[in-house]
Design a protein around this ligand. Structure first.
Ligand code: MIC
Ligand code: SF4
Length: 643
């Protein structure tokens, strides 16, 4: 039987397990990436493993999420990451050099290689034919130490693209259309392979926009073939030598196939507060806009920027609209300056921000109260922008730029502008923003510099065989990791300080939660469907662990968060019968007896001592994940000598 692209790469990297959907597999990881907001923890974890040099082919530490350096905490984190990277064989991409996914695509990604990153949008690399996964920091630390990455073998979903995008309709609209079709849960358990004749018309940055937003579908990852388009991109980056052709076999079998006609697509927009709340731009045209942000790892390539600049050229943004533009990398910014496009932005009244995540993670540029913000980003969860009642919508750079000029949502197809932008055949590559590590010999003299904000990594204790614990929180469906552990300018500087961060845990859902959980000492959270969707931040597991959470019982979990809970030693348990969720209230006392036997059997019996009712929770653990939970987390498990 023929293989899909992903199956071919998995087969080449398989360390153990059976390539059967639903079975646990372990993969050898060729490359890793971290960003600063998850990186400090990942490197503390790596350090505690006692490995001298990374054992990957390439590991890169990016600083892109929090580059504000307000106060000593944030620059201390940067200095810690720079020095630990230098010592242990990791490349360091300096603050201002660009967003990890964009820079990785430009400078390091190689088709056919495996990549894990402590950021949920790591699948962006799939635009270049990499098998790239978002993961928790601890999994990345293990991979840097030469350990395998464990996932459940996914099913295969093929999306065939037909035809060609019409002017002003973009790769972002393809992403939004598939979100409309499948929802934020539609990709769960799948690797999405993009194929069909239509992909030949999409450049690598456009493909990367699509694989980037596969994360919003809940997919394990997304991938494009590596073809002549890929070769041309690598050649333009001066890396043609990294090109490898990759395609699926003609008789490859997929669990599901979807067709999308590019010719009939229209500009789309995700309305508040979920990336799958998608409608046609024409349906909401005329809605007043207060802010427009162009950038993020989804839409900050040179191609995206040049098109937005062409729309702005010679025009001025509406008086009532604040506009920000954050290029994805220094390379993009340099090309914008060289081509004159930077001037188009500035003359139009847009504010040119640093090459970083910026507004996407709430690092400034929060909308005004109740304001409508059109963003070319990938997430519009409530409050993520820093303004709780803001209405954030997701759209293409073309729709964003057109609306910035109009002052209201405007269908870009009505513009009288030529978008035939000219991409350079060869990019000016300047890697001076990337510091190579010290040699093995020199590394002995490299001192790792830490500041007072870097607190030791919190270690869990194993769950007992019998627990009686109270419910410290009950949530609804689709709780994001932004709900569990918010980001933004006020909190991000403390990503290496779990005790400090714990004050803000679930702050947008229930301000009393941290105090209540602390008072209960040991407790459980009750969750709905798709608990923990969104970001890969392991803080969403480490902080609850610090607050004494022993288990989360939910209707279902998002993949990366479930793995992070296990790594932190917290039980992710699913309701056998979803209606039992309705029978549980805040502060109920739940008793779990004979827990170890239950975990082994995949079924834990629970007595609700408050109501007197019993119900069952399921879990499908492997020998390894069972071992991790019995040890009280991955760090303890590794220290006990397990791989
Ligand atoms: C995000 O987009 O939510 C982030 C910020 O990039 C996160 C990582 C983090 O929380 O540090 C992600 O996507 O994993
Ligand atoms: Fe940065 Fe936003 Fe991309 Fe996350 S989604 S990596 S915050 S640009």
């Amino acid at each position: 039987m023929g293989q899909t692209i992903a199956q071919k790469i998995i087969a080449k990297h398989l360390v153990s397990g059976e390539m059967k959907a639903g079975k646990e597999i372990a993969l050898k990881i060729d490359q890793t990436l971290t960003q600063d907001a998850t990186g400090t923890m990942a490197y503390l974890e790596f350090e505690s493993m006692g490995v001298e040099r990374v054992r990957t082919e390439r590991s890169v530490a990016y600083v892109d999420h929090n580059t504000l350096q307000t106060g000593f905490e944030n620059p201390d984190d940067h200095r810690f990451i720079r020095t630990i990277a230098k010592k242990h064989g990791i490349y360091f991409s300096r603050p201002g050099n660009g967003i990890c996914h964009q820079v990785h695509l430009e400078r390091f990604g190689i088709p056919g290689k495996t990549l894990i990153g402590s950021d949920s949008h790591t699948p962006t690399g799939g635009g270049l034919g990499m098998l790239a996964f978002g993961a928790g920091g601890m999994d990345v630390a293990v991979a840097m130490g030469g350990g395998a990455y464990y996932i459940t073998m996914p099913k295969m979903l093929k999306v065939n693209l037909r035809g060609r995008l019409r002017p002003f309709v973009t790769a972002k609209d393809v992403s939004l259309e598939i979100l409309r079709l499948l929802s934020v849960k539609g990709g769960v358990g799948y690797i999405i392979e993009w194929g069909g004749e239509g992909i030949k018309t999409l450049s690598v940055p456009e493909r990367a926009t699509i694989t980037n937003m596969g994360t919003e579908l809940g997919a394990t990852t997304s991938i494009f073939p590596s073809d002549e388009v890929t070769r041309a991109f690598l050649k333009a980056q001066g890396r043609e030598g990294d090109f490898v052709a990759l395609e699926s076999d003609p008789d490859a079998v997929y669990d599901k196939v979807i067709e999308i006609d590019l010719d009939t697509l229209e500009p789309m927009i995700a309305m508040p507060h979920s990336p799958d709340n998608v409608v046609k731009v024409s349906e909401v045209e005329g809605m007043k806009v207060d802010q427009v942000c162009i950038g993020s790892c989804t839409n900050s390539s040179l191609y995206d920027m040049l098109k937005a600049a062409a729309i702005f050229r010679g025009r001025t943004v509406a008086d009532s609209v604040d506009v920000s533009v954050s290029p994805g990398s220094r390379q993009v910014l340099a090309e914008l300056m060289r081509s004159g496009a930077a001037e188009d932005f500035i003359s139009a009244g847009a504010r040119l921000l640093e090459c970083a995540c910026g507004p996407c993670i709430g690092m400034g540029f929060s909308p005004s109260s109740g304001g409508v913000s059109l963003r070319t980003f990938n997430r519009n969860f409530e409050g993520r922008s820093g303004t709780k009642d803001a209405k954030v919508c997701l759209c293409s750079p073309e729709t964003a730029a057109a609306s910035a000029l109009a002052g209201y949502i405007f269908d870009p197809r009505k513009l009288d502008v030529s978008l035939a932008v000219k991409m350079p055949e060869t990019f000016h590559t300047d890697d001076s923003g990337i510091l190579p590590p010290a040699s093995a010999e020199e590394s002995k003299d490299v001192e790792i510099l830490r500041g007072p904000n870097i607190k030791p990594f919190p270690v869990n204790t194993p769950v007992p065989d019998k627990m009686t614990v109270k419910v410290s929180l009950k949530t609804g469906d689709n709780i994001t990791t932004d709900h569990i552990m918010p980001a933004g300018a006020k909190i991000l500087p403390f990503r290496s300080n779990i005790p400090y961060m714990s004050q803000f845990c679930f702050s947008a859902v229930d301000k009393e939660f941290p105090e209540r959980a602390k008072a209960y000492k040991a407790s459980v959270i009750i969750g709905g469907v798709n608990y923990g969707q969104g970001s890969s931040r392991e803080h969403a597991a480490l902080v609850p662990m610090y607050l004494g959470i022993k288990a989360v019982a939910a209707k279902s979990f998002a993949r990366i968060h479930a793995a992070n809970l296990i790594n932190a030693g917290i039980l992710p348990l699913e309701f056998e019968d979803a209606s039992d969720y309705d029978e549980i209230s805040l502060s109920d006392e739940l008793e779990m007896d004979d827990l170890y036997a239950g975990l082994k059997a995949g079924r834990v019996k629970v007595l609700n001592k408050t109501t007197g009712k019993t119900f069952c929770l399921k879990c499908s653990l492997t020998e390894r994940t069972y071992g991790i939970l019995r040890a009280g987390g991955l760090l303890n498990y590794t220290k006990e000598g397990n791989a």
